[in-house]
Design a protein around this ligand. Structure first.
Ligand code: IPE
Ligand code: MG
Length: 221
């Protein structure tokens, strides 16, 4: 979800107002994706590197998170969405961790779209944590394979992404789901996240539908 800051600047607003607009955009995008039959969505909301932003912005983002979790969870619950958090919640204040736990608890039996929210997530950190836990479990060397490794990732049970959409013109992965995106298709758009609406969702899925996925093999056409 990139481009909140630039979206705000182009309107003479503060960066935080851009982030607020970004949060408000989540519901309609998730709804549109659901209508197209998408079953799993992961939002990259805050990376392990985002802590390096100016203190004021980080505090603003934390405040915003605190403010919106309960309300967003209630709205998404109405859409039968199941919310799952990816990343480490350790640095967050107890009451924010509790509201995230509440959001997961409230929606855990929902049968609709699964919405993973990557907050304080980093792909490298996730892989290192998996390695640490495997060593902690004394997994025998001959059992270290892709099937076992996957179970140690925070995305255990969630299929690899078919499509990664990055908004706001940047063409890089920025430490997002490094292991899981090995064969994902990428879609880049110059549209900043707050303007990425249902029409843009349709465009991205249309582009995806025209891709030929070979997963390293060969096809006839
Ligand atoms: C993405 O918007 C939101 C977060 C990473 C929290 P940015 O804040 O990166 O917006 P730009 O890139 O400055 O426009
Ligand atoms: Mg950015």
């Amino acid at each position: 979800m990139d481009g909140n800051g630039r979206w705000a600047r182009s309107r003479g607003l503060s960066r935080l107002e851009g982030h607020r607009a970004g949060v408000e955009n989540i519901r309609s995008v998730v709804e549109a994706l659901g209508k197209h039959g998408v079953k799993y969505v992961t939002l990259y909301a805050f990376s392990t590197e985002n802590w390096e932003r100016p203190k004021e912005e980080v505090e603003g983002l934390l405040g915003l998170l605190e403010e919106v979790v309960d309300q967003q969870a209630a709205e998404l619950h109405e859409q039968n969405v199941k919310i799952v958090h990816l990343g480490s919640l350790d640095p967050l204040p107890l009451h924010v961790r509790q509201s995230i736990a509440r959001a997961q608890g409230l929606t855990c039996n929902n049968t609709g779209l699964v919405l993973c929210v990557a907050w304080n997530y980093g792909g490298r950190a996730e892989i290192l944590e998996a390695v640490r836990r495997m060593i902690g479990d004394k997994v025998p060397v001959e059992q270290v394979n892709e099937v076992v490794f996957r179970k140690y990732l925070t995305t255990d049970g969630i299929p690899d992404p078919d499509l990664v959409i990055r908004t706001a013109g940047e063409q890089r992965l920025s430490n997002f789901l490094l292991w899981q995106t090995a064969y994902s298709e990428y879609y880049f758009t110059p549209i900043p996240w707050p303007d990425f609406g249902p029409d843009e969702v349709a465009k991205a899925l249309g582009a995806y539908a025209r891709r030929k996925r070979r997963f390293g093999t060969v096809t006839e056409d």
